[in-house]
Write a new protein. Structure first.
Length: 157
């Protein structure tokens, strides 16, 4: 799964003059929804290119029955006051109108990760960059049990 995804992303990154460094175990055996996990990677990489063009690192490590994935960039970072909200719908890390987006990408990423019984965390420092850490079980859920997009509108009283 990673080989194909990385090859595709390397081509895209080259077009944006970004260096993509990837380190992952080639014999990793996982049971995930391939399409949805690809969405997670594509979204995180697209954000890194938009907000922090340059060097991007992806590392994948096995820890017992879990897989730890880190996507790190070396850009401006996300302001601390925004970190608690970046996984909310329609929330953006920047108010820069020159950067396109609706503020749904990280919300969708979180839904996919949690749909795989995982978690996502973010660590960011101003002018040093941002690192997203995803922890997933090697065997998440049966692929057919994941819906394409599980949007539940919030009902406010």
């Amino acid at each position: 799964m990673f080989n194909e995804l990385i090859d595709q992303q390397n081509e895209i990154m080259a077009n944006f003059h970004c260096e993509l460094k990837v380190d992952y175990p080639h014999n990793l055996k996982i049971v995930w929804d391939k399409t949805r996990i690809e969405q997670v990677f594509i979204n995180l990489l697209n954000n890194a290119v938009k907000y922090a063009p340059g060097k991007i690192e992806i590392t994948v490590r096995e820890e017992n029955e879990k897989v730890i994935i880190k996507v790190k960039d070396y850009g401006k970072g996300i302001p601390q006051e925004k970190l608690n909200f970046i996984f909310d719908r329609f929330e953006r890390a920047t108010s820069n109108l020159n950067v396109s987006g609706l503020g749904l990408g990280l919300y969708i990423v979180k839904q996919i990760v949690e749909g795989h019984q995982g978690k996502i965390e973010v660590h960011s420092e101003t002018e040093l960059g941002t690192c997203f850490t995803i922890t997933l079980p090697k065997k998440a859920v049966k692929v057919e049990t994941l819906s394409p997009f599980s949007y539940q509108p919030e009902i406010q009283n």
